[in-house]
Design a protein around this ligand. Structure first.
Ligand code: ADP
Length: 397
């Protein structure tokens, strides 16, 4: 049987040293995926999965973003992508939906590096590289922040002087927008509850965030000005007392850069356990009796539950909770612990169903009579980006 890719869209996620890509057919039934990693280093390589599922690895020692994209586009050329959709981390206040790339949009993506210094420049590199190779190719940018542009001021403002908001745009933006949008949409399609629906979505991966979504609109979320605020994550602290910075400066003489690195790269599961940022390693160590790993697990679940409870304040009704991301989709014990901490929501869970959910599948694990539905929905940010790309170009059938 020949597998075909009809009118495919190429989705690119350009990070500081990697490029994730997916070529997705119009009907979302087939895709080619891959990852270029270690860009700029001797170990730079492309791991490519072909249409038939077979894999190849291409060595591009020392290769830059541009070289990697040239190779990726050459690998995909025969399938004739009709458009490219880029995941862009920060769209600031300017962008509340996906837009086609123009010189002005590209300039804005670059300018917004003040809000996302590690991400937006890499995203812009990707746009420029595609432009240099295929100047006629329509390109769209899909922002991680855009879905949260419906959050009202009461939730997005910080209680700091107004001038910092008006002149410096200091406010909460929220991230993981495509993931929260995708899983809440799917939950609304799958549920038997009459709409409009109110969902609490928990995206638990290396980065973790939660959102409150009513009738398809984000009303509040846990990440803020940067992706550091909110839940405890793999290496990120999530919420801390903002007084910590001055305290560490005074007592240990730490610089702001050192504190920033500590909070972003040495904290979270890694910081508390002293072992790893990987949930599987932490679970195993906790099972073997490691006390630090046990505490890291408990803190992770407690913080997630506490945020879900607080985000419920944004919702007129609570239809259900949706778990997604590597941890949310795969770690049934973590879901179990989080739901158990939410004692006051009249949730009845079916723990056997929770434990039996098959990895990679959508499923529901609330028991009969539960006031709140419980869902696991594997996220598909690539599909959502492809869909938003086609929509922005007026290509949706
Ligand atoms: P990213 O945010 O980088 O996309 P993922 O969504 O892939 O990351 O999530 C990565 C996290 O998911 C890691 O902490 C990993 O340990 C965890 N994870 C993946 N599979 C399992 C599993 N079976 N049990 C527990 N945790 C898992």
């Amino acid at each position: 049987m020949t597998i075909t890719l009809t009118n495919p869209t190429l989705v690119l996620n350009c990070g500081s040293s990697s490029i994730k890509y997916a070529l997705i057919s119009e009907d979302n039934n087939t895709r080619i995926t891959g990852l270029a990693e270690n860009l700029g280093l001797d170990t730079a390589r492309i791991k490519h999965t072909r249409l038939d599922g077979s894999k190849e690895e291409i060595n591009i020692a020392g290769g830059s973003h541009k070289l990697a994209l040239q190779k990726i586009l050459a690998l995909l050329e025969q399938y004739k992508p009709i458009a490219v959709g880029h995941r862009v981390v920060h769209g600031g206040r300017e962008f509340s939906s996906a837009v086609q790339v123009t010189p002005h949009v590209l300039k804005e993506v670059k300018r917004l590096k003040i809000l996302a210094p590690l991400h937006n420049p890499a995203n812009a590199l990707g746009i420029e590289a595609v432009n240099a190779i295929y100047p006629e190719m329509p390109q769209v940018v899909v922002f991680d922040t855009a879905f949260h542009q419906t959050v009202p001021p009461v939730a997005y403002r910080y209680a700091i002087p107004k001038a910092l908001y008006e002149e410096e745009r200091i406010r909460r933006y929220g991230f993981h927008g495509t993931s929260h949008a995708y899983v809440s949409d799917r939950a609304s399609q799958l549920t038997d509850a009459p709409g409009p629906h109110g969902w609490l979505t928990a995206h638990l991966g290396n980065g973790c965030s939660a959102a409150a979504i009513y009738d398809g609109k984000s009303l509040d979320t846990s990440m803020g000005l940067t992706p550091l605020e909110g839940l405890m994550m793999g290496t990120r602290s999530g919420d801390i007392d903002p007084g910590l910075h001055i305290h560490l400066k005074r007592t240990l003489g730490m610089s702001l850069e050192e504190i920033d690195t500590m909070l972003n790269k040495q904290s979270g599961l890694l910081g508390v356990s002293g072992l790893s940022n990987d949930m599987r390693t932490i679970e195993q160590a906790a099972n073997e009796g490691n006390e630090d790993a046990k505490l890291a697990l408990e803190m992770f679940c407690y913080r997630a539950a506490k945020y879900l409870a607080s985000l419920s304040c944004a919702l007129p009704i609570l239809t259900g909770i949706v778990f997604t991301g590597g941890i949310g989709e795969n770690a049934d014990k973590i879901r179990h612990n989080i739901v158990q901490i939410l004692r006051h929501f009249d949730i009845q869970a079916d723990w056997d169903k929770n434990a039996a959910l098959i990895r990679g599948n959508e499923g529901r694990f609330d028991a009969a009579g539960s006031e709140v539905q419980l869902w696991v929905i594997p996220t598909d940010e690539e599909y959502r980006i492809a869909q938003e790309t086609r929509e922005a170009l007026g290509l949706l059938s």
